[in-house]
Design a protein around this ligand. Sequence first.
Ligand code: ZN
Length: 560
Amino acid sequence: MKFNDMPYQRVAFDETVQQYEELETAVRAAQTPEDAMAALRALDDMGTRVNTMYSLAYIHSTKDTDDEFYAAERDYYDEVGPKLGEYAQKLELAFLQSPHRAALEREIGPLYFSNLEIAQRTFSPAVIEDLQEENRLTTEYQKLMASAQIGFDGKTLTLAQLSPYHRDPDRAVRRASMQARADWMLAQSERLDALFDELVNVRARVADKLGYPSFIELGYDRMTRNCYGPREAARFRETVRAHIVPLAAKLKEKQASRIGVERLTHYDDAFEFPDGNPKPTGTPEDIFAHGKAMYHELSPDTAEFIDFMLENELFDVLTRKGKAGGGYCIYLPAHKSPFIFANFNGTSDDIDVLTHEAGHAFADYQNRDVFPSGLMSPTYEGCEVHSMSMEFFAWPYIEGFFGPQSGKYRFMHLSGALTFLPYGTMVDEFQHLVYENPAMTPKQRNDTWLALETRYRPWLDNDFTFYGEGRRWQAQAHIYERPFYYIDYCLAQSVALSFWSLCQKDPNDAWSRYMRYTSLGGTQPFTQLVEQSGMPSPFGSDALQEAARTAAAWLEANEV
Ligand code: ZN
């Protein structure tokens, strides 16, 4: 079904509660494993309906943040979502306590239930009001960031529309555009400080009520981290600091001399080549036409997938006033359809839509028939492997997007994959420090960020008041909206770099391992997915170092 034909109807609270209660009774009364399985199927069908409506409301409200109808629907779900949680929890508990659990596990594996056990810990009716408050605060953050109307270059621009100017070959334009961004952010700083303060408080309160020592443990449970904990994450960050930061510093030093500046600032950071970063050569139509050709050449599975996406108009990529920033891929279970949202801006980011976001969508499409649907997708770091690796599998076809600038694109992509790691792990460490010390003042949080900058990105000058005060983190939506969602990108990058490295030796073997990984969907924990597809674990002693060494050698040999 085409996206615009998908009907939307609000999920009615009373009716849904009634269905949860009926199902709970059915599970408790199940005489045979077949009865219990039938209840599990009914629960799955219900989830399909609820999630589809929620996702539709989400998509429509981000397509147009001024749309009052869908904004009200979002507010409604922010409000009833936590209340429904109470009934969902009771029903899930009935499954966990069912005498037929072992029989069900024989059919669908144990992971579904162990993930439910984690979810049980993250909720109790005592925190409903707190969760509603948390929802309101994150929605307010999203609205505030989307509301930016910045006068620049004779236009009125959103934050997303301003970004391409930060990569302009004219340093004065880069500087002025970054100043405009920093000034706008600084003008919001009081609200941004207060919002985050309220978020930290409410999260600490929820953790306390649920009996967690701090929000960190709850944050991990909310991410359904079922195969590693804070200790493993800390060790990974250590590897990044010891082995990736020095490598990134060297790459950044070379970048500075390539573009002819003494020291990199925030307005130089994304500017890679003196004559400008590689840009897509065609129109959005050309980009989609080549994307289609690429997926047709890559494999029969990806060919079927891209045809489905295009036929059903499952992309919204053009930037408009009032459209929310950023990009995402979301799944509409009732239609077995992924949907991709982006803001094309004429830079190489546009190609990511067809490589990164489409990587997520491909995995969803591949696993559309998995039952229960809770096992369709792995946890987030597992999902980011789908997308970040797909970016590298697109390399042989990159000429169709960048023409003569393809060499520059590959160089920038690979070096960016390495230099991203310090930033990504810094965001993770920041969140650990913040939630370890929930009483920190806003000023202490900013100071913490600045101290991390000197450890993780010592090459970067923090000019302009916004950066100088250590506020860069306030522009990182995940920190407000999805706590502890960030190390995921770094762990996934480690696996993606291993795929890249294998591609250099044996692309067919790399693709077949990728398909093995992707076809497992979410039926295994992340570390198992990696192991079963024959890839080295990012928590292993040297997977990241090994891949980074190969990448560094490639960058040395292919410097543009
Ligand atoms: Zn992603």
